[in-house]
Design a protein around this ligand. Sequence first.
Ligand SMILES: [Zn+2]
Ligand SMILES: [Zn+2]
Ligand SMILES: [Zn+2]
Length: 423
Amino acid sequence: MNQNKEKNKVLSKAREEQKQFVAKAKINATVDPTKAINLEDKIELDRREAYIEPNTRDLLRIMLQYGDNNSISPIYSSGLGYIYQIEDRVCKGEINTLSKDLLLNLAKLDILTKSFADSVASCPNCESIILTFHNRCPKCKSHNIDKSSLTEHIPCGLIEQREKYVNDRCPKCGEFLVEGKYRNMGRWYVCQSCEDRFENPAYDLICHNCNTTFTIKESTIKEIPKFSLNPKRKKEIRQNVASLEDIKMLLSELGFSIEIPGLATGLKSGMQHHFSLIAKKLVNNHEVVIALDHATSESEVQVSPLILYIYKTSEVKVDIPIFIAIPNLNETAKKIAQGHEILVIEGLTEEINELAHIKAEIGKRLDEINEKIALATIVKPENKPGKSFFGKIKGITMKAAKENVDNSQQDSPTTSSSGQEST
Ligand SMILES: [Zn+2]
Ligand SMILES: [Zn+2]
Ligand SMILES: [Zn+2]
């Protein structure tokens, strides 16, 4: 019975979550169809997006420099509380202060591991840890407390602060203090407001962020974590950060200017599409655009990230589409990629051979584009290619631009087009 109840509870909770997710996906879908994918893909996608986010990339790149000692521990900075910093070993002396939110988000995405470093008392009102600690008289609540040692004069029974026995004479009976006739009673607290004496004071904490006064019992506990690279994803992190870094180098060697991540506005939807990388280069007055997406998976990259990529490239100007799949792309996806003339890069780019191959492949495509441009110029000399009109409209593909020209001059030969989408 109870078990069934439990089961139902779990089931209905799962259903509720599913409903919420579908509702969310629907809302997102009206804004951005790329978001209408299942939950697992969503987390994968978030992680993939994190890998191309500049702050994250910088952080991961630096953390990788530290090998196994990549833990980032909290450092206390007066006035600020705990902060997180890491030094870039390559750019010597460059210390990066990291936002805790960024670190927490990366821990949520399973890229970093969060573990216990310390915990501190914090303000129950505002969570600040910029607190001061005050002794309080248990009787009159004054903070005007003195800490001193008390001495008992045994013959007359006076108990008084040590400094009141001026010149070792009892202030009550006037006798000198003689060995064995007085006794040290240890440290005591004396309230200067009500003169009460007590062994242990009460404590107040004052928050200097919001000025709240509260007792120790009322304070909240704030976890101060440390962060390190998730060892289970270290390979994936290296692949993501390193392979994009490699491609970036390669493309700049080829004379491209690079944006990571790359943003482009969709022609039909008007949506801003995010690519892992966009590279641009002027070839004979034509801007050649490379749009690259980078997908990773535990086993093999499935179709969905590729479909998303194709969707995005269908409505922005892309001359050389490149899709990186780590460790590799699934067979169906590979066929789809072939059909769209997408240059697929699989596995690590660490090997020089692989990089040389990519370079050669991009070079080949550049040559083809060059030829097409040359051909278009010869066939239609009256058309000024790279007219500012086309150049200014972001998202017009060279093919589309050419088709426009072709339509206006119906007798001219058409170049082969492979831009049609297989749906
Ligand atoms: Zn506070
Ligand atoms: Zn008092
Ligand atoms: Zn005395």
